[in-house]
Design a protein. Structure first.
Length: 202
């Protein structure tokens, strides 16, 4: 599930260039989260975040790719490409992006010291295997003839509905035991209060 590829977008050659570059970086194991371009001074950074817990089959997850222009000059007509591998199903691409063959693409225009976030909403299919790891990788290109300036990855682990349901049953059982314990204590307090009141009356 770690294979990375980038599809074409409306700019044709730019998208194909991104495809080769991002796939090559992924195969070389150079994609990491977070990552940034650094030429000894200002940088354009990219980070990618997904679910904060293991989603269950049938649940949706929103990926957020954040591009930060650390003062490297204005960014014009950059390309952000995020590969969303199987078994995830892309449901919505925000910020005017497009999706093609499992790759979400956005045009990136940022002023100096600017920041922008790009989102894609995906769904974990009902028949996804619990424990399956899915790696999504995003890369940013600023020049159609250059290499990506930054790449970032996020790993999603499909949750196990059976395990979570068992945990829920345990929590419910513990809660019931606590509730019974509190009830018994209240009854004892009430009996002691009545006995104390009766003894004072005599």
């Amino acid at each position: 599930m770690t294979r990375v590829a980038c599809g074409t977008d409306r700019r044709g050659a730019f998208g194909r260039r991104a495809a080769g570059v991002v796939a090559g970086l992924a195969l070389a194991g150079l994609c990491a989260a977070p990552a940034s371009a650094d030429d000894g001074g200002d940088a354009v950074g990219l980070s990618l975040s997904g679910a904060d817990r293991s989603p269950l089959p049938g649940e949706e997850v929103v990926y957020r790719a954040t591009v930060v222009n650390g003062g490297a000059g204005e960014v014009e007509e950059g390309l952000l490409a995020q590969h969303v591998p199987e078994p995830l199903d892309v449901r919505e691409v925000g910020q005017g992006g497009i999706v093609e063959e499992g790759v979400a693409n956005w045009r990136v225009d940022l002023p100096e010291d600017g920041e922008a976030a790009y989102t894609v909403r995906v769904r974990v299919p009902e028949d996804a295997e619990p424990g399956e790891r899915v790696v999504s990788t995003a890369c940013l290109l600023l020049d159609r003839d250059g290499d990506p300036v930054a790449c970032a990855s996020d790993t999603l682990l499909v949750g196990d509905r059976t395990v979570l349901s068992k945990m829920g049953e345990m929590v419910d059982r513990d809660g019931l035991v606590r509730a019974v314990g509190v009830g018994v204590l209240m009854v004892l307090v009430w009996l002691m209060w009545r006995q104390w009141g009766a003894s004072r009356g005599t």
